[in-house]
Design a protein. Structure first.
Lengths: 249, 249
DNA sequence: TAGTGGTCTAGACCACAAT
DNA sequence: TTGTGGTCTAGACCACTAC
């Protein structure tokens, strides 16, 4: 019944073996020559099938060695509004997630003052060109980068305060930092989308150079309806699961 | 600096033109022959580049005619706990989203009693084999399918009540349906992941037959900590954006 | 009929790993 | 040195569309 072209049939077949666990992380797939025999197709067709799985992050080819199943350990990013404030002072949301996954969390960051672009201005409900503090984060779990983020805060809110530079307070998260200067964050909005990773992200997330996909979360924090921080959070789409707890009413 | 292989360079180049709006929905790309000339590569390389973009849902080839930019209109799925109960009686969450997007919403569904699989049992905190009501939904916007969903409800909760068959009350959503039988849903959990679409989903979502990607939301509703419904919701990853509003504290 | 995209073959050449 | 995967060429054959 399946009238799929050969390269898709091979890709589906191998994909099923990986997601079902029949092939496990770090296992070596049969060589190209063997796959050509088994499926009775040319090398090009096998290569096409493997290229699809590589872009999905399921396998990784090593020239001269073989094709291996990639570690697909699920990382979880929790977004749990109700717990954010009570846990402040102890750890950032990211550090909490890492600890929950039994991993050693860490991050790098750098900040600079910039003028708001049109898009950032719209998200922060300020004027294009207004001064913002831009911070880039790179989050690590067990030494490997797993999240990239860029945040923007209107300097009209934080200028001259003790939390003007986010990196110094990154350990506790945005909600707790804003609490310090009397800004009560009471609401957040997250917009989740998916797209192909760009070159910077491929390198920054240690994705295979041949490409990969990311989930992008555009998050904005509000205090009494006024945006006080917005961020783009970029995650390896094949490795991450996003967990939302939603109180009803 | 960019040492990308030709097929990825071409894919990135065309992708950039599409997402930037330089090439718009329904525009026709140059023919394979022209792209071969422009990039000075063989047909295979151009085809590889186009295959990547097709799998991403950005383009669609029509044999004998040309390659066209696909309509990438963003659909938004809102998950807004605080408004769910107050809006009940008027429309389901899906119908509300469709209306917000200026579209005509609709759905098909079919229900049957089944025995809980191990996975469903774990999600509903019941025993494998316990009876559940399984319902499959297919949501339409302007006549086109945009969401697939399968839900499971423990019959221990709904057996013999007026909402035993979810389809008859689908118009109002789970929270309002459960309200009718005195079950106060007060919490929901959603787990968002991404993966390749399977054959059923390709057909059900009118995705290109050559493949595509979906966002999968595994949602569970709770009443006083007890799971009363769980569902797998499948969305075209290239068309949908997920919007979460998160009250802090 | 001419042009289009979709699938597939049968290789070549290279860098690299394992030995 | 042999085998491996990554990139790429130069086509063929087919189904389909537009004219």
């Amino acid at each position: 019944m399946s009238e799929l072209p050969a390269y898709l049939r091979i890709a589906s077949d191998l994909r099923a073996k990986i997601v079902s666990g029949q092939l496990r992380a770090a296992d070596r797939l049969p060589s190209l020559a063997r796959l050509m025999e088994r499926y009775a197709v040319s090398s090009t067709i096998v290569r096409n099938a493997l290229a699809i799985l590589a872009r999905e992050g399921l396998i990784e080819g090593r020239s001269g060695s073989g094709v291996y199943v990639r570690d697909a350990r699920r990382l979880v990013r929790r977004s749990n509004g109700r717990q954010q404030r009570t846990e402040s002072g102890s750890a950032s949301p990211f550090a909490r997630d890492a600890a929950a996954g039994g991993q050693q969390g860490g991050w790098e960051s750098d900040s600079a003052e910039e003028a708001a672009t049109e898009e950032v201005a719209a998200r922060l409900a300020i004027e294009p060109g207004d001064p913002v503090m831009r911070t880039r984060y790179r989050y690590l779990a067990d030494g490997h980068p797993v999240q990239l983020a860029t945040s923007w805060e209107p300097l009209a809110v934080t200028r001259g305060t003790s939390v003007e530079r986010p990196e110094e307070g990154a350990a506790v998260g945005v909600v707790a930092r804003m609490d310090h200067i009397g800004v009560r964050v009471d609401d957040a909005e997250e917009r989740v989308t998916w797209r192909a990773a760009d070159e910077t992200e491929l390198a920054g997330l240690e994705l295979p150079q041949r490409g990969g996909y990311v989930l992008v979360i555009r998050r904005t924090y509000f205090a009494a309806g006024v945006p006080v921080e917005t961020a783009d959070i970029v995650l390896d789409a094949g490795r991450y699961e996003l967990l939302y707890r939603i109180p009803i009413e």
